[in-house]
Structure formats: C-alpha cells, structure tokens
Design a protein around this ligand. Structure first.
Ligand SMILES: Cc1cc2nc3c(=O)[nH]c(=O)nc-3n(C[C@H](O)[C@H](O)[C@H](O)COP(=O)(O)O)c2cc1C
Length: 187
C-alpha cells in the first residue's frame, strides 16, 4: 500500500505567488507527498499579476475553495499538514475568528481543532495592531506563524535562490523535506 502525506497548500491574495509556485515544484519532485491546492479568488489575480499563467497542471489536485466536500474539511479525515503560502491579512483574520466560510478557512479551522499542523506564512508590511493580535490568537491556538521574511545569511546569488531558501525552510517546518545543508547557518 502506498502511503502519502496529505498536504493542503492554500494560496491567498497576498504578494508572493513565487513562493507557492516553488512549493509546488519542490513537492512535485517528492515521493510519498500528495499536494491538494486551494486558491482564493484574489490569489488567482495576484498570481496573474506577479507570475502570469498558472499554476500549471502538475502533481497536485485542485480543490474548489467554495466547496466543503473535500475530506480535509472534516476532522475525521484531516490533512497531515496545511500550509497557507502566502497568507493575506484577510485570510489570517478569517482563520483567527473561525469563520470557516470557505474551504481555506474551514480546513485551517479543522487543523486547529484536531491539533494538526497549520503553518501560516503572512505577508504584509507594516503590521497594524489587528494583524498582530490575529497572529497572537493563532499562535495561541496552535498555528505556526512563519512570516515571508527570507534570511540573507546564506548569501543568495539570485532571486530564485532566495525564494528557494525560504521555501526549503517552510518544507522543513512542515515536515515535508529536510533542510539542505547549504541552506543552514554555518553548515
Ligand atoms: C497585487 C496585490 C497584492 C496584494 N498584496 C497583499 C499582501 O501582501 N498582503 C495582504 O494581506 N493583502 C494583499 N493584497 C490584498 C488582498 O488580496 C485582499 O485583502 C484580499 O481580499 C485577500 O483575499 P483572500 O484572503 O481571500 O485571498 C494584495 C492585493 C493585490 C491585488
């Protein structure tokens, strides 16, 4: 029997579609990982603006954000991990207040209630008090808040390397792939 880790990747309307694109490319190359992609309407707009067409069909299944019939919408079949990459302040607020009004918010809600990993990658600057309070609420509820803030200590020589460095760290946090030594401090 083939056992796959069930990964939900939610892409929302914050800047940083390149991170999600790289996440899909990296996970497509991994065995034993099944990626289920969710996109908000605004995520599609931002993706077109930042990257053009896509995401291209690949090794992921596309879920409908307006429907609640995917297994991951129920605690009885929760995902092994959910990553919201990038996470808009709007989606952050919806998850923090438990609206569960689209599949992204509902699956995040399920991850928290089932004590399953939920990794949020917010992107906004500067942050207002509402953003900060929502992040605190979510951290207290068990989410990992991993701001889209790549490090420069590996001296990335291109934008691609910078994006790759950050996505590698998210994959490590999500328990999907170990971090390459070249991306570790002092290794
Ligand atoms: C080009 C573009 C870039 C945006 N960047 C951000 C951002 O970095 N962070 C953010 O919180 N919202 C950003 N927004 C605004 C969100 O897309 C907007 O608040 C939207 O309602 C979020 O919807 P969603 O959470 O359902 O994806 C951006 C919008 C556009 C059109």
């Amino acid at each position: 029997m083939n056992i796959s880790r069930q990964v939900v990747l939610a892409v929302t309307g914050a800047s940083g579609a390149c991170y999600a694109q790289r996440f899909l490319e990296r996970t497509a190359a991994l065995d034993g990982v099944a990626v289920h992609l969710l996109m908000t309407d605004t995520a599609r707009e931002v993706w077109r603006h930042e990257l053009g067409d896509g995401p291209v069909e690949g090794r992921f299944t596309l879920l409908d954000n307006r429907r609640f019939d995917s297994p991951f919408c129920s605690g009885s079949a929760a995902a092994d991990v959910m990553v919201v990459l990038p996470c808009s302040m709007g989606t952050l607020a919806r998850i923090a207040t438990g609206t569960a009004d689209d599949a992204v918010a509902r699956i995040a809600d399920v991850q928290l209630k089932e004590r399953r990993p939920l990794i949020l990658v917010p992107r906004e600057t500067p942050l207002n008090l509402i953003h900060l309070r929502n992040m605190t609420t979510l951290a207290q509820a068990g989410a990992v808040i991993a701001p889209a803030a790549p490090g420069f200590y590996t001296r990335p020589d291109s934008l691609d390397t910078l994006v790759d460095t950050f996505v590698a760290r998210i994959l490590q946090l999500a328990g999907i792939a170990p971090l390459e030594d070249s991306y570790r401090w002092n290794r």
